[in-house]
Design a protein around this ligand. Structure first.
Ligand SMILES: C[S@@+](CC[C@H](N)C(=O)[O-])C[C@H]1O[C@@H](n2cnc3c(N)ncnc32)[C@H](O)[C@@H]1O
Length: 273
């Protein structure tokens, strides 16, 4: 907990746990997905690997990586000032192993920001890039470019893992309906008659509570709302086949689905030697 200028306290850990709970409400297999990704890193990367948690939010992947692989380091990068604040307050720098970075994936200079961070750490390339529930925020043309940018950052033989919903093609209407039905069933789920906190409820609740505790945080929420206002929502449902083709085109030699539940997938892409 941190005491602010008003003498009130924000319970950062509480909000971090509520973040993970609401994400798991929307994606019930979220922890299983994380374990699949981390097991892959443990298997194919060196013990002292350096991993980018891309569009990290408050750093749920970084937290689990650093705990599972005690010699690893993580770069946690995102553009949301509220989620970065929450991540930094709960996890700090993990004794020098966790490096927070504010980047905007819609600006090509994010690559240079990562390269500069790597250089400060005495590294030239990443061993792995992990991302969850995030890249559907990008337009499809930008997603394709970002895949090429990710490929530049990973060493030959390194890996990219992306966990997200990736659509079945229109030619498979039954598959699409079943995936949709599974999502609807999920949103009806409740524990002891109580439905979980949704993503939008979490955002309303955190804003109300943090600004009561510390009005000086207003600018973080202003920036957050501005990001939402300019987001192009006409994209975000790229076909799984498009993701796979774009990654192959970007220079990944092995690309396929490693884990799947309906249209919820973990894609693994191995950087060519
Ligand atoms: C649903 S959250 C997932 C966060 C985290 N990966 C997790 O699984 O808990 C989506 C994340 O994508 C980030 N994001 C969206 N567009 C972005 C952009 N252009 N640049 C950087 N981060 C972005 C958001 O700020 C948010 O943190």
């Amino acid at each position: 907990m941190g005491i602010n200028t008003l003498g009130t306290q924000i319970d950062w850990q509480h909000w971090m746990e509520r973040w993970d709970d609401q994400q798991s409400y929307h994606i019930p297999m979220r922890e299983e997905r994380f374990q699949i990704m981390l097991n892959c890193v443990a298997k194919v990367c060196p013990a002292d690997c350096i991993v980018l948690d891309l569009a990290c939010g408050p750093g749920s992947i970084s937290q689990r990586l650093l705990s599972k692989l005690p010699q690893s380091q993580a770069i946690a990068a995102d553009y949301d000032p509220v989620l970065l604040k929450l991540g930094k307050e709960t996890q700090g720098d993990a004794k020098g192993r966790l490096h927070w970075l504010k980047i905007d994936l819609n600006q090509a200079d994010w690559v240079v920001q990562i390269q500069q961070t790597l250089a400060k750490l005495g590294r030239s390339h990443l061993d792995a890039v992990l991302s969850s529930t995030a890249l559907h925020w990008l337009t499809t043309p930008r997603l394709i470019e970002v895949y090429r940018e990710i490929a530049q950052l990973i060493r030959p033989g390194g890996v990219f893992l992306n966990a997200d919903h990736m659509s079945f093609p229109p030619a498979l209407p039954t598959f699409r309906q079943l995936a949709q039905q599974s999502r609807e069933q999920q949103s009806q789920q409740s524990v002891n008659g109580v439905k979980g906190e949704t993503f939008s409820q979490w955002w309303s609740n955190i804003e109300a509570q943090w600004l009561t505790d510390d009005p000086s945080l207003q600018s973080l929420f202003d920036e957050h709302h501005n990001n939402y206002a300019v987001r192009d929502r006409s994209y975000g449902k790229a076909l799984a086949s498009l993701h796979i083709a774009a990654l192959a085109d970007a220079g990944f030699t092995e690309v396929d689905t490693l884990w799947q539940r309906f249209d919820n997938r973990v894609l693994l892409a191995v950087r060519g030697l």
